[in-house]
Design a protein around this ligand. Structure first.
Ligand code: CMP
Length: 137
C-alpha cells in the first residue's frame, strides 16, 4: 500500500468535475483517504511549486493555482503514485492517452485539471503540507 497526493485544480473545480474525476480515481481502486476544498494563498502556491521557480511559466502557474478553489486529496492503494500518474495522463493534454483525466478534461498544459505527486518521497512532503495525520482516515 502506498499514498499519493492529488489536487483537482481550479479549472476542473470551476466546471463541476470533482465527482467525475473522483469516479475515475475510485474506479482505479484508489481510496480517497482525505479530501478538502480550499483556496491556495500566493505564498502556499509559491512554496508548493518552488521546484519550478526558475521556469518561465512560474508566475502564471501561481496566478492560475490561486484563481479559484481547488480540492486537495490523499489517495491510497497499490502503487498509488504510479497508478495515479497513469490515470492522470501526460502534463500536456495534447500528449495524454485516451481515457486519462487530462485527455478528458484538461484545458491546456497549465490548466491541466489535476496534479499528482511524482514520487513517494514527494507524496509524503506534499501530504504533510496540507493534511494532519489525524485527517487521513
Ligand atoms: P503539475 O503536474 O501540477 O506540475 C507543474 C505544473 O506546471 C503542471 O502540472 C502545469 O499545471 C504547469 N506547467 C507545466 N509545464 C508548463 C508549461 N510548459 N507551461 C505552462 N504551465 C506548465
Amino acid at each position: 500500500m502506498q499514498r499519493t497526493f492529488s489536487i483537482i485544480k481550479p479549472d476542473a473545480v470551476k466546471r463541476n468535475l470533482i465527482g467525475h474525476i473522483n469516479q475515475i480515481i475510485e474506479n482505479s481502486e484508489l481510496k480517497i483517504l482525505a479530501s478538502k476544498k480550499m483556496y491556495l494563498t500566493k505564498n502556499q502556491a509559491e512554496i508548493f511549486y518552488q521546484v519550478h521557480k526558475q521556469r518561465p511559466f512560474f508566475n502564471s502557474l501561481v496566478n492560475y493555482m490561486t484563481s479559484g478553489p481547488l480540492q486537495v486529496q490523499v489517495l491510497e492503494g497499490m502503487d498509488a503514485v504510479a497508478k495515479y500518474r497513469k490515470i492522470m495522463g501526460a502534463t500536456n493534454p495534447v500528449e495524454a492517452e485516451e481515457g486519462t483525466i487530462r485527455k478528458l478534461y484538461a484545458e491546456s498544459i497549465e490548466a491541466n485539471s489535476v496534479h499528482g505527486s511524482d514520487s513517494e518521497e514527494n507524496a509524503n512532503i506534499e501530504i504533510s503540507f496540507f493534511f494532519a495525520g489525524s485527517e487521513l482516515v
